[in-house]
Ligand binder design. Structure first.
Ligand code: ADP
Ligand code: ZN
Ligand code: ZN
Length: 742
């Protein structure tokens, strides 16, 4: 074959290499194939690569260049995502080929075809008559019939909307519904005669109206902070602005924290629009993820709701991005490509010249800072939609409380009395404790021996229900020992209470009241979460005890009392973000009280009644934004982000000495170079807060700089220096820009 029968392309490959590689492809292909997959032979093995450029300029003659096989003529990485990944690769110092790898669904990475498989669905066998309907006792089954009346629905969607497979099967057994396969025929959401809306939305209040107009009248790039207190109707604003975008034939992308992906959230979108909605989250199989990806890429769905990686889904004609709970740390990826979906979301909106809305009741200090700089426009929702009022705050000074068994378990006498009174009135109480397990750790009363994880520098937590000690770092467990391995004493003492213990205690105090626990130990699936949430919504459970799983997205109108059991542990942390996080979490949790037409209360237990943060929280004239302003002042004085920019240079290895000496050697090289960069500081090597994690030893250096650009230049040099070294197999090196977790 002649050279002119080939097209020259640049390709990136899923390897820790920053270069692109030239290959030639048989036939003539055009720019539509940028982002397509190719199979290449790379250093002896077959790999999947992605085309980044067509006909790039290269020095070698074409005859010297290896051939690659074009796998499809579909671009998986649309132009806007390509730009986002190029930006992300440079900004986060992560190889472009590996960024692409994070962006692609696994099946595409593995070389599977870009095509649907049949989609299992459920359909009615025909319109059920009244006689059949009157025989059905289960409300869930009736609800499901109602949903199916509009046509077959994917089983995956039914699960997301909170229907269990038991409910589905019951209808099948009764001959009312049947399993079927949904057609995979491609119809764009814009090619339909159905109206966009399926239901009549509530009339927005004046603040919502202002926000809707501001966002919808923006036809170009712009960043909005929708700062609305909990229950102020932010989601309603999202739905309205999405409606406007759909009217223009454009699609919308909504990113939410994993924890907020509840049936309540999904149902609001599915119920509102006739336009197909797709979703992406960790509960999907690889197949379902690819199907959702195709739904969006082909224009079949008009709305994508998903967690952080959904950001990389191709969406033709993207008209709006929403990042709900923008302060949530789950938008940051903490390994491989360590990006923040909020930062890259803004880049994607810029590429599409469309608005992006960051929504939160408790915005991150970074976002508030950007509002102050005039980069983002703030829109406020200050009143609760539907007329509910904000809760009153009250502090229980634990120093004045008798040291009862209850208090040792986290519930003071006063709080216990309040719980009793509220539940007697038929109201619900929600208790919040961000520590799961029965007891924080186990200590020998005789010799002081504590039980540590053999793989991590971490105390083991006592889990009574399963009779195990569990490491919350690596989830490794051992049976609860009967005697101390050091002194053989059987006086083993449980130190510090967790949700399991509180729940056990309350059961002894209120044997006749339904008590629900919500934490990662008892809620291990969406279905379980759903069952538990249903027991709360239906009023079967009157007392709820939970971790931060409880803080978001759930709307329980009968909760009139929220109790914060242990705020003190977050007041004294060496992580400079802990006060910001505590203020956010407490504001969010408090927002669970008084959502309906009953007035709510929040009770905080503390040994530190005079603490500034506590006083700010209970002061009705002090908003979260006031607290944030104070925290920002401290950050400025201490030259901490967002007033400076930070990055970690990280290493870890199964040999402690290797991880340390590699980084220390790098430190001596870098400290000579760092002087060339103005206003940049580099710390010596330190071990991570938890040095040993799953048998690997972790070390870091911290770089701080007042210029984003200088920091980036320095990190690029660091990366180049490291790439010239040959690292031992076992050593891992990484750069983390804008870290959130120490
Ligand atoms: P947020 O997202 O800020 O927590 P939501 O959008 O979930 O708030 O609204 C809280 C509750 O108020 C929901 O039940 C919602 O249906 C209702 N709601 C929102 N906006 C309005 C409105 N304009 N009129 C009546 N009810 C509303
Ligand atoms: Zn002992
Ligand atoms: Zn461990």
């Amino acid at each position: 074959m002649k050279d002119s029968d080939f097209t020259l392309v640049n390709v990136v490959i899923n390897r820790p290499l920053h270069q692109k590689f030239a290959y030639k492809i048989e036939g003539i292909i055009g720019p539509e194939c940028v982002g397509s997959r190719v199979e290449v032979n790379f250093s002896g093995s077959n790999s999947i690569g992605i085309i980044t450029d067509i006909n790039p300029e290269i020095k070698h003659p074409l005859s010297k260049i290896k051939k690659a096989k074009l796998l499809d003529r579909v671009s998986f990485i649309a132009k806007d995502i390509q730009k986002v990944l190029e930006f992300g690769s440079a900004f986060y110092q992560y190889p472009l080929g590996q960024c692409y790898n994070v962006a692609l669904p696994k099946l595409l990475r593995d070389g599977k075809a870009y095509a649907y498989e049949s989609i299992p669905a459920l359909d009615l066998c025909g319109e059920p008559d009244n006689k059949t309907l009157s025989k059905i006792r289960s409300e869930e089954q009736l609800k499901l019939i109602d949903v199916l009346k509009n046509g077959a629905v994917k089983r995956k969607e039914l699960r997301e909307r909170g229907f269990s497979s038991q409910t589905e099967n019951a209808l099948v057994k009764k001959g009312i519904a049947k399993l079927t396969e949904l057609e995979t025929e491609q119809k764009k959401f814009t090619d339909t005669d159905l109206p966009i809306l399926k239901e009549n939305p509530p009339v927005p209040n004046i603040e919502q109206q202002n926000a809707i107009i501001s966002i919808s009248s923006t036809k170009e790039f712009g960043v909005f902070l929708l700062n609305g207190i909990t229950g102020s109707g932010k989601t309603e604003v999202y739905l309205r602005v999405i409606e406007e975008v759909l009217k223009q034939g454009k699609a919308a992308l909504v990113l939410v924290p994993e924890i907020a992906l509840t049936p309540q959230t999904f149902n609001r979108f599915y119920r509102r629009f006739n336009v197909p909605v797709s979703s992406m989250h960790s509960a999907l199989s690889d197949r379902e993820r690819l199907d959702a990806y195709i739904d969006m890429a082909s224009g079949k769905s008009g709305i994508l709701i998903g967690t952080r990686t959904a950001l990389f889904t191709p969406i033709p004609n993207l008209g709006l991005i929403i990042i709900d709970e923008e302060h949530d740390s789950s938008f940051k990826q903490n390994d491989t490509f360590r990006y923040h979906a909020r930062s890259l979301g803004i880049i994607r909106a810029k590429q599409n010249n469309c608005p992006i809305v960051l929504g939160s009741a408790t915005p991150s200090l970074e976002t508030i800072f950007n509002v102050k700089k005039g980069l983002y426009k703030k829109l406020d929702l200050t009143i609760r939609a539907g007329g509910a009022s904000l809760p009153d705050f009250q502090v229980i000074d634990l120093r004045n409380e008798p040291l009862t068994d209850g208090l040792k378990t986290g519930v003071s006498e006063t709080l216990e009395k309040e719980i009793g009174e509220e539940t007697a009135k038929g109201n619900q109480v929600m208790l919040f404790l961000n520590r799961r397990g029965y007891a924080h750790h186990l200590v020998c009363h005789n010799c002081g021996h504590v039980f540590m994880c053999p793989h991590c520098d971490n105390l083991l937590t006592v889990h009574k229900g399963v009779s195990r000690l569990k490491c919350h770092m690596c989830e490794n467990t051992i049976t609860i020992p009967e005697v101390c391995p050091q002194c053989q004493s059987d006086a083993l003492f449980e130190q510090g209470f967790g949700t399991e213990q509180v729940s056990e205690y309350l059961k002894t105090r209120y044997p006749d009241i339904g008590i629900e626990r919500i934490d990662r130990d008892v809620v291990t699936s969406k279905a379980q979460l759903e069952t538990r949430l249903n027991r709360i919504t239906s009023g079967k459970s009157q007392i709820v005890i939970g971790t931060q799983m409880l803080a978001k997205g759930h709307d329980f109108p009968n909760v009139t009392l929220v109790g914060i059991l242990d705020i003190d542990s977050s007041l004294f942390s060496d992580d400079y973000r802990s006060l910001e996080n505590a203020a956010q979490l407490l504001t969010q949790v408090s927002g669970r009280s008084g959502r309906g037409n009953k007035k709510g209360r929040v009770i905080i237990q503390t040994h530190h009644k005079d603490n500034l943060l506590i006083n700010q929280l209970i002061n009705p004239d002090c908003t979260y934004l006031n607290i944030a302003e104070e925290l920002l002042k401290t950050r400025k004085n201490l030259m901490l982000p967002p007033y400076t920019y930070q990055a970690f240079i990280l290493s870890n290895s199964s040999e402690r000495i290797n991880a340390y000496s590699f980084l220390n050697q790098l430190y001596s090289e870098l400290s000579g170079i760092a002087y060339n960069y103005s206003n940049l500081a580099l710390t010596p090597v330190m071990s991570d807060k938890m040095e040993k994690q799953q048998n690997r030893y972790h070390f870091h250096m911290l770089v701080t700089c007042i210029s984003r650009k200088t920091l980036n230049m320095f990190l690029t040099e660091v990366r180049n220096i490291v790439s010239r070294k040959s690292l031992s197999q076992d050593l891992r090196f990484a750069i983390e820009v804008d870290p959130i977790i120490m």
